[in-house]
Design a protein around this ligand. Structure first.
Ligand SMILES: Cc1cc2nc3c(=O)[nH]c(=O)nc-3n(C[C@H](O)[C@H](O)[C@H](O)COP(=O)(O)OP(=O)(O)OC[C@H]3O[C@@H](n4cnc5c(N)ncnc54)[C@H](O)[C@@H]3O)c2cc1C
Length: 416
C-alpha cells in the first residue's frame, strides 16, 4: 500500500479500518541467498538496497528481539557529515545525500529535519582545527560555515558565552545536518524491504554458525537452522559476541552509552548544538523535550544500561554550555550498546570465513551512517567488491597500521 494524501483521506473517511500491517511476520524458510543477522537500521537498510539496487530478494533479516530494540531506537537522532579525513568524509556525505532523498525512496515520513548542527569552539587552537575540518568538508562537496561569536549568539542566545573556563569564541555550522526520527527510519526500511520480498523475522536470535571447510553454510537460530549462501553480520554492540560464534576475534569493544530527555518546554533550540570543551550534544524534540547525551561508560560491557558517573559528566557538560537547563526535570534516560573500534572508524569487510561478511565498529556515529552503510554493505555483498566510498573500512588496516584515526587520539574508545 503506497502512502499518499489520497490514501490518508480515503482511510480517514472509512474509519481507518483498512490500513495494512507495515510488514509481514513470515516463518523462516529453510534457506535463503542472504541472511542478515541484526534487524537494526544497518541490517534493514542493507536488505532494502540489496533488493532495490541489486535485485537480490531471497533475503532474510533475523533479529533476536523486536525491530528497533537496539541502538537504532535508542540514539539521539543526530545526522551530519562533518568529518575531516578523506577516508570518512565522502562516505558520510554520501549518507547525507541519501538522507535527503530517503522519504521519497521509502515512501515513508522519516521526519528528516535539516535544522543544522553547530559545534561551538572555545579557543584559537580549536578554531583552527574546526577551520581545517570545514575546509575538508567543502572540498568533498559538503556544506560548512565558520561562525564568529556574534553569529553564534543569533542562533543560540541562551548559551553561556562568558564561562570563565570555556568562553564561546565561535562555531562550525553544517546547515544540512540535523535530526531524523529514528523509529521511523527502521519502520520505513522494514516496510520497503518487506514489500520488495525480504523476510523480516523478529525474536529469532542467531546462536551459532554452520561452517564447513572455511565456508559458511548458514545460521543456527532459536527457531532452527537457516541455510544461506551468504551471511551478513550487522549486530552493532553485540558484534564481539556474535563474531565469536564464528571463531572471530574483532578489534572492537562494547561500551554502553546513555541518552536523556527532559520534560517538554516551549521552542528553545532549533538547531543541534555540541559543546567543544567536553562531550555534550543536544537538540529539541518535536514534543519539546531536550534530548541530549555525552560520553560512553568507561568500562567494557554488553549490558544495555549505564551508570551514575557518566550521568554526572553529561550534566557537567550541559551546565557549562547551557546553565538554564539546570532548572529542567529529566523525564527519562536509557542506554544502548556501542561497538567501539580501536581507531573510531567503522569496519565493512568480508571475514576469513568465505561467505561471511561483517559491518560494525560504528562507535558513536552509526545512526547518521545508516543509509550509506546499508548501500555500501549491499554493494559489497552483491558484487564481492567494496563500494568506492567504503574501501578504507577494511580489517587489514589494523594489521598494516593504516588506521583511520579521525580524532587523532589512538586506540582509546572513550575519546573517539
Ligand atoms: C544513546 C545513544 C545515542 C546515539 N546517538 C547517535 C547519534 O545522535 N547519531 C549517530 O549517528 N549515532 C548515534 N548513536 C549510534 C547509533 O545508534 C549506532 O551506531 C547504530 O544505530 C548502530 O547500527 P544499527 O542501527 O544497525 O544497530 P542496532 O539497532 O543496535 O541493531 C543491531 C541489532 O542486532 C540484533 N542482534 C544482536 N545480537 C543478535 C543475535 N545474536 N541474533 C540476531 N540479532 C541480534 C539486536 O537485537 C539489534 O536489533 C547512538 C547510540 C546510542 C546508544
Amino acid at each position: 500500500m503506497r502512502y499518499s494524501i489520497a490514501s490518508l483521506v480515503a482511510n480517514a473517511l472509512t474509519g481507518n479500518r483498512n490500513w495494512k500491517p507495515v510488514w509481514r511476520e513470515p516463518e523462516p524458510k529453510p534457506a535463503y541467498d542472504v541472511v542478515i543477522v541484526g534487524g537494526g537500521g544497518h541490517g534493514l537498510a542493507t536488505a532494502h538496497y540489496l533488493a532495490k539496487e541489486h535485485g537480490i530478494t531471497n533475503v532474510a533479516v533475523i533479529d533476536k528481539s523486536y525491530l528497533g530494540s537496539g541502538n537504532v531506537g535508542r540514539n539521539t537522532t543526530i545526522v551530519r557529515s562533518n568529518y575531516l579525513l578523506p577516508e570518512n568524509e565522502p562516505f558520510y556525505e554520501w549518507s547525507m545525500k541519501l538522507w535527503e532523498g530517503l522519504e521519497q525512496d521509502l515512501n515513508y515520513n522519516t521526519m528528516v529535519s535539516q535544522r543544522g548542527v553547530l559545534n561551538v569552539f572555545h579557543s584559537d587552537g580549536q578554531r583552527d582545527a574546526f577551520v581545517r575540518r570545514g575546509n575538508a568538508m567543502l572540498l568533498h562537496g559538503a556544506d560548512a560555515q565558520l561562525l564568529d561569536r556574534e553569529q553564534v549568539r543569533t542562533l543560540v542566545p541562551f548559551i553561556d558565552f562568558d564561562n570563565a573556563r570555556f568562553p564561546v569564541r565561535g562555531g562550525l555550522l553544517q546547515p544540512r545536518g540535523g535530526t531524523v526520527r529514528h523509529d521511523a527510519v527502521i519502520w520505513g526500511y522494514a516496510r520497503s524491504a518487506d514489500t520488495l520480498g525480504v523476510d523480516i523475522i523478529q525474536n529469532c536470535a542467531a546462536t551459532g554458525f554452520r561452517i564447513e571447510n572455511g565456508r559458511i553454510l548458514g545460521v543456527e537460530t532459536e527457531r532452527g537452522f537457516i541455510g544461506a549462501k551468504t551471511v551478513a553480520l550487522s549486530v552493532a554492540g553485540s558484534s564481539g559476541r556474535v563474531a565469536q560464534m564464528a571463531g572471530l576475534r574483532l578489534p572492537v569493544e562494547s561500551h554502553a552509552l546513555q541518552a536523556f530527555v527532559t520534560e517538554g518546554i516551549k521552542p528553545l533550540l532549533d538547531t543541534v548544538i555540541t559543546f567543544g570543551a567536553g562531550h555534550f550534544y543536544c537538540s529539541q524534540s518535536d514534543k519539546g523535550g531536550l534530548v541530549f547525551g555525552g560520553d560512553i561508560e568507561g568500562y567494557n560491557s554488553y549490558a544495555q544500561r549505564g551508570n551514575l558517573p557518566a550521568v554526572e559528566d553529561v550534566a557537567e557538560g550541559g551546565m557549562a554550555l547551557m546553565p538554564a537547563i539546570g532548572r529542567l526535570r529529566i523525564l527519562r534516560s536509557w542506554a544502548g550498546l556501542l561497538d567501539m573500534s580501536m581507531d573510531g572508524s567503522p569496519i565493512m569487510d568480508h571475514t576469513p570465513v568465505e561467505g561471511l561478511y561483517f559491518n560494525g565498529g560504528w562507535c558513536y556515529g552509526g545512526f547518521k551512517a545508516t543509509p550509506a552503510a546499508g548501500w555500501c554493505f549491499a554493494h559489497l555483498i552483491a558484487t564481492g567488491q567494496p563500494h568506492p566510498h567504503a574501501t578504507a573500512y577494511r580489517f587489514d588496516r589494523f594489521g598494516t597500521g593504516r588506521v583511520i584515526d579521525e580524532k587523532g587520539v589512538g586506540a582509546q574508545p572513550n575519546l573517539h
